[in-house]
Every structure is written in structure tokens, then in C-alpha cells.
Design a binder for this molecule. Structure first.
Ligand code: GDP
Ligand code: GDP
Length: 437
């Protein structure tokens, strides 16, 4: 298991968002130049006792349709059941058990997922007067918390973490290329997958995942092993409405999380949508390699400039991932389709490239000579040494005199120098700083 998913479920106003924010704490590292990522964010990375997980606030997903509450709650809970490994079911300790709670409980009980019942708004150490009533919901001992004050959070997380599933080892294979095909409904994700599978005449074995309804597709191509993640969600024909669209973002988040390479499929007839930007932002933040696949190229009226204009628009809207290669394909006619698998192999490789320290420091040294590091109030930034401390994504630790002196623009400059010299096409790059005064 690369990462567990924990969903917060409950009717409106019980304090889900408050709990989400409390658990997210300061850990929400918002990448400044990722538009779309910061807006209506409803998932975050969190950690407890060295276990990392992704927290989903399902409440945040369904906004602005108050009048549809019963069916929305149902959908929300079902979504959580499908995606999450552990569910936090939040109820209001002041109000006691309500009809809405019972309805949600009924849905949750049908799933096999572990549910932790959370009684919120218990703001002092006294027990909620409704405490025993909550046993009726059928999830054993409730955990009492106050999301706003911050009481009981440790006990809650202990119980959540206890319920994490054991590791799934297939995914630990370091040579396996795990691919998530993300994009809007109808962008052509299933067509692309089927076309790749058809074209390459590979032997496909569907592997049922840990999550009900999630089917991965495994195949080998030459020396390479691929796992296309959660392809059931892609292949299944589904009605497209607003809810499904939000749902598909969540589904993409789950798939991206398990992947190393993300195919971001954009419908050429629609261009880059807000949802595309959002999903791209997630892939970027999570440090996945990414390929932007512009599909349905056959439907676009073209002249000599069309591809350039498209490229410009995409580079502009997805300015935070200029590193991602673009391919213009048609799943229908098969145009340039064979490039896709090659590109996947290529970026997966870039994603796990290691640069020897000596060479790296030569490049950094040269970069510093060409452009002096910034200074402030007479003090100049010194870079002593750089070493690559991680892959997937490539991670560089930079030993410097003063963190404050490292401006974003200089980091960008170094990143560009590194890319010019070593490629890293298709992959984000991370920097850590280690101060040595
Ligand atoms: P959501 O709709 O479930 O996401 O609920 P919110 O997080 O928006 O909270 C609904 C209301 O309950 C807000 O006015 C919060 O300030 C309040 N609230 C949330 N947690 C607590 C708590 O632990 N104690 C008290 N007294 N109020 C809380
Ligand atoms: P998904 O929802 O992203 O999996 O999209 P589908 O693969 O189901 O495709 C949605 C619709 O677009 C279907 O009617 C496909 O036949 C059509 N489609 C997919 N790719 C292409 C393409 O490259 N060109 C054209 N003209 N149609 C396509």
C-alpha cells in the first residue's frame, strides 16, 4: 500500500471541515504556482505515527446543493466507501443521533470498510450526554472529540491508523511502471487504454484491487512491466453529470496516488478545463511524472499553426508543469498512439534517474559562475554542495549558508540548469535545503 485513504463522512454541520482543517494543520503545503490546486481543496496529506495517509473531506466535494441533501449524502458515503480504506463517520455530540446519521450508518454498515465513529463538539472533558445513544449506529465505541478545540484528536488518529490495511506487495516492485489515466469523463481515457492494449497486442490480466470496483490492468511489453491503475473506473460506461464529474476527480486522486506516471488526457475539442488544471496540479504536487495527452486530434480543424497554438495554450494554463511532454493523438484513428507507451517508458525512466554527485556539483558550480547567487543586506547566498537524495520524484538536498537568501527565482534558475543538463523530462523536481552557517 503506497498510501492509505481516510474519508471524513457525515451530514452537514457536524464539523467535518473543522476536523479536516485540524488534521491538515500546517501540513497543507500549497505550491504557489499551481493554480487550481488551492481552490476548494478537499483532500490533503496527513501523517500520524509515521504513517502517511490522504485525508478526504467528502463534505467539501458536494457543495451548493442543499436541497438535495438525502441523495447527496448517500452518494458521498458511497464514494467514500469505494475510495477510502478507513472511514471517519462524524456525528454531533450536542445534537445526538439524528435520522440523517442513521441513514448514513446504514450505508456504511453495508461496506466492509472499517468505520471509526467520531462524536464531535464534546468541547470539555465531560462526556457527551448523548454518548450511549451513539452505540445504536453499530460501530462500537465512539471516539469523542472537539474538532474546534482540538480534544481527543490523538485517540482518534490512533484508532484510524490501527485500521490501515497491510501492504500490497505487487506495487512494491521497483521496475513496475504504474500508470494512472486521468482526465474528464469522455475525454477518451477508455478508448486510449483499449487502443494501447489492442495495438500492442499485449496479454492483459486484470487484477482486482483492494478497493471494491477498482480493477488494475497488468501487462508486459518487451522488458517492461506496466500496471494501468483502476481501469475499471475508466472502462465502465457511465452517465456524465455534475456529481460524476466531481466523483471522477476523487477517483483520479486515488489513482494518481498509486501511480508513478500520470497520463493527463485532454479533450482537444474542449481544451484545458478547470478540472484538468486541478488534476494536473494534484499530479504535480504528488510528485508524479506526467504526460499531457491531447486526444481527439482527428476532430480538430488544423492548419500549420494549430499544434503550436494548442501547445501555447496548454503551457500557459498548466504553467506549473512545463516539464510535461505533450502528445497529440487520436484514440479513434490510432494517430501517434504508439508514441504513448514509449513516452510512458521514457518519463518513468526520467522520474527515477539518479545524477552522480560529482557531475551534479560541476553543473551547479558552473551555474553559480554564470549567475551569481542572490544577496541581501550585504550577505550573499552560498551553495556549498548539492546531492540528489531521492528519486520518484528527483529530490535534491542543497547545503547552503542561509535559507532566507534562496529566492524562488534562483531556485527556478538552478532547476532549469539541472534540466538543461540532465533532462528530467516529464517529472517535477524537488529541493530541500540544509543550512550550515
Ligand atoms: P461540516 O458541514 O460537517 O463540514 O461542518 P463544519 O466544519 O462547517 O462545522 C459546522 C459548525 O460546527 C461550525 O459552526 C463549526 O464552528 C462548528 N463546530 C465544528 N467543530 C466543533 C466543535 O468541536 N465544537 C463546537 N462547539 N463547534 C464545532
Ligand atoms: P472516457 O470517459 O474518458 O473513458 O472516454 P471514452 O473513451 O469512453 O470516449 C468518450 C467518447 O469519445 C466515445 O464516444 C469515444 O468513441 C470518443 N472518442 C474517444 N477518443 C476519440 C478520438 O480520438 N477521436 C474521436 N473522434 N472520438 C473519440
Amino acid at each position: 500500500m503506497s498510501n492509505a485513504f481516510v474519508a471524513i463522512v457525515g451530514r452537514p454541520n457536524v464539523g467535518k471541515s473543522t476536523l479536516f482543517n485540524k488534521l491538515a494543520g500546517r501540513k497543507i503545503a500549497i505550491v504557489e504556482d499551481s493554480p487550481g490546486v488551492t481552490r476548494d481543496r478537499n483532500y490533503t496529506r496527513a501523517e500520524w505515527l509515521n504513517k502517511h495517509f490522504t485525508l478526504i473531506d467528502t463534505g467539501g466535494i458536494e457543495v451548493g446543493s442543499e436541497e438535495l441533501i438525502p441523495s447527496l449524502i448517500k452518494k458521498q458515503a458511497q464514494m467514500a466507501i469505494e475510495t477510502a480504506h478507513v472511514i471517519m463517520f462524524v456525528v454531533d455530540g450536542k445534537e445526538g443521533v439524528t435520522l440523517g446519521d442513521r441513514e448514513i450508518a446504514q450505508i456504511l454498515r453495508k461496506s466492509s470498510k472499517p468505520v471509526v465513529l467520531v462524536v464531535n463538539k464534546v468541547d470539555n472533558s465531560k462526556m457527551s450526554e448523548n454518548f450511549y445513544d451513539f452505540y445504536e449506529l453499530g460501530f462500537g465505541d465512539p471516539i469523542e472529540i472537539s474538532a474546534s478545540v482540538g480534544l481527543g484528536i490523538g485517540d482518534l488518529l490512533d484508532k484510524v491508523v490501527e485500521n490501515f490495511p497491510d501492504d500490497v506487495d505487487l506495487e512494491e516492485d521497483e521496475y513496475l511502471i504504474k500508470v494512472a489515466i486521468a482526465g474528464k469523463p469522455n475525454a477518451g481515457k477508455s478508448s486510449i487504454l483499449n487502443a494501447i492494449l489492442g495495438e500492442e497486442r499485449v496479454i492483459v490480466s486484470p487484477i482486482a484491487g483492494t478497493t471494491r470496483d477498482s480493477i488494475d490492468t497488468y501487462f508486459e511489453h518487451g522488458e517492461d512491466k506496466f500496471l494501468f491503475i483502476d481501469t475499471a473506473g475508466i472502462r465502465k460506461k457511465k452517465k456524465v453529470d455534475d456529481d460524476i464529474e466531481k466523483y471522477s476527480v476523487l477517483r483520479s486522486v486515488a489513482a494518481i496516488d498509486r501511480s508513478n506516471v500520470v497520463l493527463l488526457v485532454i479533450d482537444a475539442t474542449e481544451g484545458v478545463t478547470e478540472q484538468d488544471t486541478k488534476v494536473a496540479g494534484i499530479a504535480h504536487e504528488e510528485g508524479r511524472a506526467c504526460i499531457i495527452v491531447v486526444n481527439k486530434w482527428d476532430l480538430v480543424e488544423k492548419d500549420t499553426h494549430t499544434m503550436n497554438l494548442f501547445t501555447k495554450e496548454i503551457k500557459n494554463k498548466l504553467a506549473f508543469m512545463t516539464y510535461a511532454p505533450l502528445v497529440f493523438i487520436s484514440a479513434k484513428t490510432g494517430q501517434r498512439l504508439s508514441n504513448v507507451l514509449e513516452k510512458i517508458k521514457f518519463v518513468a525512466n526520467q522520474h527515477s534517474t539518479r545524477i552522480p554527485t560529482g557531475v551534479l556539483n560541476e553543473v551547479i558550480g558552473e551555474a553559480m559562475m554564470l549567475k551569481q547567487p542572490p544577496s541581501d543586506k550585504g550577505k550573499r547566498l552560498k551553495i556549498y554542495y548539492v546531492s540528489q537524495t531521492g528519486i520518484r520524484p528527483p529530490n535534491f538536498t542543497v547545503f547552503i549558508n542561509d535559507r532566507e537568501l534562496m529566492h524562488f527565482s534562483y531556485q527556478r534558475y538552478l532547476e532549469n540548469r539541472i534540466r538543461e543538463n540532465f533532462g528530467f523530462e516529464g517529472t517535477p523536481i524537488r529541493f530541500n535545503y540544509n543550512e550550515k552557517k
